[in-house]
Design a protein around this ligand. Structure first.
Ligand SMILES: NC(=O)c1ccc[n+]([C@@H]2O[C@H](COP(=O)([O-])OP(=O)(O)OC[C@H]3O[C@@H](n4cnc5c(N)ncnc54)[C@H](O)[C@@H]3O)[C@@H](O)[C@H]2O)c1
Ligand SMILES: [Zn+2]
Length: 389
């Protein structure tokens, strides 16, 4: 065997029988990105998003709704620094979260003549916009840098801080996607002031998830401050900062050692086993976090039926879900949808259920032996609990 050492990799050459050659290539790619709290990102005196570059152009893709509320201020910000910008407001929804939209954006980038390394695309919006633009950035020229500016709670604590990108395909959620880290994500909770209450609660579903499976303190804080968080839209720093920081920190702690999802036992999949099918069946009526909440309520009941958690803890979780103005059931969440979801998730998790279930508040474990009878029984119990509310 001969080894050729180049700067960053080793190519191994084996000469097999009959003089046939075989080369084995091994390379590693290290990924680094930053998530930075930056309050009032587009106030003139805040220079964070300039990243020290005052000579390059900016290609900005912004959610149409965010553009209506903040577009003028953002344009004035870049004008102040004499930066040439191309603004592209985009109307987004789960229905337009498609590969066709990705290709339209590629067309725009090509017309702009984006430089390959030094003109990071700036994506400003909720999870839908960030997922689409992330995919565009990962495909264009096989990957160009981009910056994320999340503007919904869901995006601030989840969609905006990982490396996943994606669009829907047929009836499948995020079926086409890549892993492409942003250069940096800016966390500015000031954007939440204009978000409607339903979308605040939608993001709270993912915070609740972290509380249930890994952070009991976070769960307790949510119980204590649910109303305050919803009515103040996270603008009360004494309460909201610690909750945002624990959520982002907790999420990144789970993502970092498993960024490319090599390991398919993922705690952050709690609430994401049965919900994708529900979400896609109920579009546009049900939001992502709402579908996740229904899945979490069901999985919690499953856990209680298995005696993994007490009925007291089960009821605490269901009560908090309701306090956060999230649903615990849905008419389309039938045993038949649950069976289909289980079959789908087994494919997604490479042959095993790998189902995360709570084993107390703030802890979870994985299970591979869920039966259809259990699904039916838990579905029945959840329905009865709902009737007795
Ligand atoms: N990539 C990931 O790791 C990841 C993680 C979680 C969720 N997601 C994806 O995120 C999507 C959901 O994201 P979302 O909940 O942010 O939805 P969204 O992007 O649709 O935004 C919700 C609504 O709020 C509007 N909006 C955005 N910011 C606003 C603001 N500051 N003020 C007023 N209105 C505003 C949007 O126009 C939209 O109508 C789903 O498609 C889900 O699959 C991805
Ligand atoms: Zn989610």
């Amino acid at each position: 065997m001969t080894k050729y050492n180049t700067n960053s990799r080793t190519v191994e050459l084996e000469v097999e029988d009959f003089g046939k050659c075989k080369w084995h290539v091994e390379a590693e790619k290290s990924v680094q990105y930053t998530v930075l709290e930056s309050y009032k990102l587009f106030d003139i005196e805040n220079r964070d998003i300039l990243l020290g570059h005052l000579n390059s152009r900016r290609f900005i893709i912004i959610d149409e709704q965010v553009n209506i509320r903040y577009g003028q201020r953002i344009e004035e910000y870049f004008d102040h620094y004499n930066l040439e910008c191309r603004f592209l407001p985009l109307e987004v929804s789960e229905q337009t979260k498609t590969i066709q939209t990705v290709l339209q954006l590629v067309e725009e980038l090509d017309n702009f003549g984006l430089l390959r390394r030094n003109e990071p695309i700036i994506a400003i919006g909720g999870g839908v916009l960030l997922d689409i633009v992330g995919l565009v950035a990962s495909l264009y020229r096989r990957g160009v840098p981009y910056i994320r500016v999340p503007t919904t709670l869901m995006a601030l604590i989840d969609a905006g801080i990982g490396v996943k990108t994606g669009v829907n395909f047929h009836t499948h959620k995020n079926r086409i996607g890549t892993y492409h880290a942003p250069q940096i994500t800016f966390i500015d909770k000031n954007f939440l002031k204009t978000l409607d209450q339903r979308h605040i609660c939608n993001g709270l579903a993912e915070i609740l998830k972290i509380g249930i499976v890994k952070d009991r303190t976070l769960f307790n804080l949510l119980e204590k401050y649910s109303t305050e968080l919803i009515t103040s839209k996270f603008q009360n720093p004494k309460i909201s900062d610690v909750i945002l920081q624990r959520s982002i920190g907790g999420m990144l702690e789970e993502l970092e050692p498993n960024l490319w999802e090599q390991q398919l036992y993922r705690l952050m999949d709690f609430g994401h086993s049965f919900s994708p099918k529900l979400e896609m069946s109920a579009i546009p009526k049900l939001l992502h976090g709402e579908a996740v909440a229904v899945d979490m309520a069901f999985s919690t009941v499953l856990a209680a039926e298995r005696n993994l958690i007490s009925t007291t803890d089960r009821d605490r979780i269901l009560r908090l879900t309701r306090l956060l103005k999230l649903p615990t059931t849905h008419k389309l969440f039938t045993p038949s949808l649950l069976f289909d979801s289980m079959h789908e998730i087994i494919k997604h998790r490479d042959g095993l259920q790998r189902l995360p279930l709570p084993i107390g508040i703030g802890q979870a474990d994985f299970f591979n032996d869920l039966t259809e009878q259990e699904i039916e029984a838990a579905s029945d119990t959840l329905q009865k609990l709902k009737e007795n509310e």
